[in-house]
Design a protein. Structure first.
Ligand SMILES: *Cc1c(COP(=O)(O)O)cnc(C)c1O
Ligand code: SF4
Length: 385
């Protein structure tokens, strides 16, 4: 870890800031991803025992758990201030009764991924790339997950038959040059199985890049091991996108995981969701994005919250996201500015939604507004020789 990184990490989880039940766990165990997974919080009564939540809340959580799963790693849970209902960590991992509300326009499959699936586990929406869903498991189940119709339902990873069919589909479609491994969280697969799939994918000549979408660096950073990275780097070019939503999630542990990934030659991006009450604020996102680039993570997309069921309480007005983007562009490094997108319902794909900088355009000139709102013109050349 570089000195600068050390300086910016101000929220390292000291042993004595862990909840009492875990205070005596030796570091060796704490830093072992298997221990973290084995000790995940999955029931309301565990939350009561560990964090002392009240009976009312326990009841509400139990009701939510009939529909959507919960699973919180001790590492992630230790970042939470349980006494603050607005804590950005708490809101992302502990269900509230808001999840039981069904709002107009919400869909169980908001992105029509089922419809755009030519063979099971593949979503083919764009000409040159596909989504390849490897598992429905995640280290932690995010309360705002858009794919909750699948995620955490059966706890199973892909069958060999489905792998064969998916690979065959990719092999037959020579236009596919980019395969995005997703889920669930692909890094939850046993490493041998993951390598098996990636190595077979690599044998397909027209597959140029392989991408992995994973929240493991944020919620289970100890799972990013040298062995895992040694394996992945054999199959370069590999790209990874992770999912940090709040600066509180950048800790010594998660920063180290990101640095290890980048040091293995894997470009690392971040896709995050604009979440009401969690990060719907220009100051918070500015801090998140500038700190991410310090640990060499490139903000890639900022998503408007989808119309998935049970996440209405996280949704912000579209205008708010546009205003946030306006206060980022020009004010911080371009590298720290993601593209704000709405993943259109019904499978329309990701549509960039930007503040409008172009005021007018004709064959003579383009009139533009800069980041401060000042007007500039650029002489146009349309139709001139
Ligand atoms: C998001 C997504 C992709 C990747 O899109 P990029 O803009 O290239 O990151 C590909 N396929 C599906 C179905 C997606 O949802
Ligand atoms: S890690 Fe991704 S897929 Fe898994 S629960 Fe969170 S948002 Fe959903």
């Amino acid at each position: 870890m570089t000195q600068t990184t050390k300086e910016i990490i101000n929220n390292r989880i000291a042993k004595n800031s862990r909840p009492a039940v875990w205070r005596d766990v030796e570091d060796e165990k704490w830093n072992d991803w298997k221990w973290q997974l084995a000790n995940r919080i999955t029931t309301a009564s565990q939350l009561k025992d560990i964090f002392g939540i009240g009976a009312d809340e326990q009841k509400q959580i139990d009701m939510c758990l009939e529909r959507f799963r919960m699973s919180i790693t001790p590492y992630y849970a230790s970042l939470m201030n349980v006494n603050d209902p607005g804590c950005p960590i708490r809101q992302q991992c502990i269900p509230t009764k808001n999840e039981l509300r069904k709002n107009p326009g919400e869909l169980s499959d908001p992105l029509a991924e089922v419809e755009q699936s030519p063979v099971s586990n593949i979503v083919h929406r764009y000409p040159d790339r596909v989504l390849f869903l490897l598992t429905d498991k995640c280290a932690m189940y995010c309360r705002h997950c858009t794919r909750r119709r699948l995620v955490g339902k059966t706890d199973c990873s892909i069958s060999e038959e489905a792998v064969v069919n998916a690979l065959e589909y990719i092999r037959q479609n020579t236009a596919i040059r980019d395969v995005l491994l997703s889920g669930g969280d692909p890094l939850m697969l046993p490493e041998g199985k993951l390598e098996n799939i990636i190595s077979r994918l690599r044998k397909i000549p027209h597959v140029e890049i392989i991408r992995i979408g994973t929240r493991v660096p944020v919620v289970l950073p100890m799972k990013i091991t040298h062995e895992l990275l040694q394996m992945l780097r054999k199959y370069h070019p590999i790209w990874i996108n992770t999912h940090f939503n709040h600066p509180k999630e950048i800790t010594e542990e998660s920063a180290r995981a990101c640095e290890m990934i980048v040091d293995a030659g894997i470009p690392l991006g971040n896709q995050n969701v604009l979440l009401k009450g969690v990060n719907d604020n220009a100051g918070i996102l500015k801090e998140l994005y500038t700190r991410l680039v310090k640990i060499r993570v490139r903000p890639y997309y900022l998503y408007q919250c989808d119309v998935a069921e049970g996440i209405g309480h996280f949704r912000t007005p579209v205008e708010q996201g546009i205003e946030i983007m306006r206060s980022l562009r020009g004010y911080i490094s371009g590298y720290a500015v993601p593209t704000f997108v709405i993943d259109a319902p019904m499978g329309g794909g990701k549509i960039p939604i930007n503040p409008e900088y172009l005021v007018s355009i004709n064959s003579d000139q383009a009139v533009m507004r800069n980041y401060k709102g000042e007007f500039y013109t650029y002489p146009n050349v349309t139709g001139k020789t």
